[in-house]
Write a protein that binds this ligand. Structure first.
Ligand code: AHR
Length: 511
């Protein structure tokens, strides 16, 4: 009988009905904690991310708390967002924080030169952002202006938000209505210094970083400022090498890395009506994150074998042409099952590299690039990416279970990619979670997982899938794609068998 089933399975695989993957979970408890900060987000003054996205002002008819949309706060709390990066992006190196404090009517207006040339009236500033983070229960991650600012300006910002005692900046903060400091730990020292942050060369930026970092005083009473150097553009390994060589590790909390899943910067392709070939190329770019991390980490390991410096992937996600009819400078795109696949596969990569990747920020939270939330005036929808981030949040601060994977390929013409990716962890209650992404646009995958030594008895799960790769949640049909109870996994002894439909994401809970 066993032989009969084996022959049938081989036939089904050969005829292309489904493919197979096998995974072995390590039975010895891992030592690496998957930092919850890998599940971070990003809010730039860009398009409708802040204005209309997070913030509508306290005179708006849209229900809000101090101007921040209540629906957005409730949704983001479900994600358990661990940190939020602000105010940019490229905008950060044009931003003078003193423009955004004090009475709104006295705040100056500026031009948002990077994003659409629109007028920025600074009605959303430091207090608004940091109070919003308190509302969200998330850690702020402030990006300082190095490109067009001064050392004094950034040092003052640190003092303004973090100093408890009597000082010029804490006095100003109190005059503006906030007694206690917010004690912000995460600080970016500029953004994309190789590009919009000043077109610097790596050795020049390394020296500039040292100077800025020196004057960013740690006012947090031992909490420690976590200073993050502006990092490489994708595969610019020389940038990482130069920074690691020239900045002492005790001055460096982390080094950033930016990588977007893009087909081609000159022709990014549509957000929704993409072809399978375009999907394949996007996924190729997304999966490239794994080899990028491996290579940047190898350089970091040379200078920092004890892994004290974090790799901070503080911009990642899919980048397509903007929705037709929208401002090209606003980077507004819809979000399909393709984005769910980018998120599932990328978060598996981050989890599996969590010994070095300690922070990551999806670009961006609302109405910009691979957003988790889209808004249209009073309406709000959750994207497929939101659902993946919510399903995967079980990994936050859990212990990584290392795994090995053997997967069949997703083949298009003469090109191929590994079809299945996975990551696993054990949380503080002893519950094991496995997240799986099958990026194959056509084939179901039968995944066999060896759980020997883990003593697991029950399995349940959730799945995110849809009929078409191009499917989206729209304002007319907001729940077309949402997680469903998943019954496609069975546990017999030490073998867990999981049947995954094409382009689907599954998260399993095992006890
Ligand atoms: O996320 C959009 C932009 O992409 C950011 O402002 C910049 O840092 C990057 O180039």
């Amino acid at each position: 009988m066993k032989r009969f089933f084996l022959v049938i399975t081989i036939l089904l695989v050969k005829t292309g009905v489904f493919s197979q993957a096998s995974i072995t979970l390590s039975s010895t408890a891992g030592k690496t904690k998957i930092s919850r900060h890998i599940y971070g987000h990003f809010a730039e003054h860009l398009g409708r991310c802040i204005y209309g996205g997070f913030y509508v002002g306290d005179t708006s008819k849209i229900p809000n708390t101090a101007g921040v949309r209540n629906d957005v706060v409730a949704a983001l709390k479900k994600l358990k967002i661990p940190n939020l990066r602000w105010p940019g992006g490229c905008f950060a190196d044009t931003y003078h924080w003193k423009d955004g404090i004090g009475p709104r009517e006295k705040r100056p207006s500026i031009v948002n030169t990077w994003w659409g040339g629109v007028t920025e009236n600074n009605s959303f500033g430091t207090h608004d952002f940091l109070n919003m983070c308190e509302l969200l229960g998330t850690e702020p991650y402030l990006a300082g202006n190095v490109g067009s600012g001064t050392v004094q300006e950034l040092a003052d910002w640190v003092q303004y938000v973090n100093f408890e005692g009597e000082s010029p900046m804490s006095k100003l903060r109190r005059e503006n209505g906030r007694d206690k400091p917010w004690k912000v730990k995460l600080w970016g020292v500029g953004n994309e210094a190789w590009g919009c942050g000043g077109n610097m060369q790596p050795a020049y930026y390394a020296d500039t970083y040292r100077k800025y970092a020196t004057f960013m005083t740690d006012w947090t009473n031992g909490g420690g400022l976590f200073r993050i150097a502006s990092g490489a553009n994708s595969a610019d390994y020389n940038w990482t090498e130069t920074l690691m060589k020239n900045i002492p590790t005790n001055m460096l909390g982390g080094i950033a890395l930016h990588h977007y899943s893009v087909i081609n910067w000159a022709q990014k392709g549509p957000d929704v009506d993409f072809t399978e070939d375009q999907y394949f190329t996007t996924m190729q770019s997304a999966l490239f994150m794994d080899s990028l991390i491996i290579k940047h980490v190898a350089i970091m390991d040379k200078y920092d074998p004890r892994k004290r410096v974090a790799l901070v992937v503080d911009e990642w996600g899919g980048w397509y042409e903007v929705q037709k009819g929208t401002n090209p400078g606003f980077l507004y795109q819809q979000n399909s099952m393709r984005d769910a696949m980018i998120a599932g596969a990328t978060l598996n990569i981050f989890n599996n590299h969590s010994d070095r990747v300690k922070i990551a920020n999806l670009a961006q939270a609302i109405n910009v690039l691979q957003a988790v939330i889209l808004t249209d005036k009073e309406k709000m929808i959750l994207t497929p990416t939101f659902h993946v981030m919510e399903m995967y949040n079980v990994h936050q601060d859990a212990t990584l279970i290392p795994l090995t994977i053997n997967t069949s390929d997703y083949v298009v013409g003469n090109k191929k990619l590994p079809a299945v990716s996975a990551s696993a962890s054990k949380d503080s209650l002893g519950i094991t979670h496995i997240s799986l992404a099958n990026i194959d646009a056509r084939k179901e995958q039968q995944v066999s997982i060896n759980t020997s030594g883990l003593n697991l008895k029950t399995v349940s799960g959730r799945i995110l899938s849809s009929q078409k790769l191009q499917d989206i949640n729209s304002f007319e049909n907001p729940d077309k794609i949402r997680p469903a109870i998943y019954n496609g996994a069975s546990l017999k002894g030490n073998t867990l068998t999981v049947k995954m439909p094409p382009f689907s994401v599954v998260v399993l809970e095992l006890k």
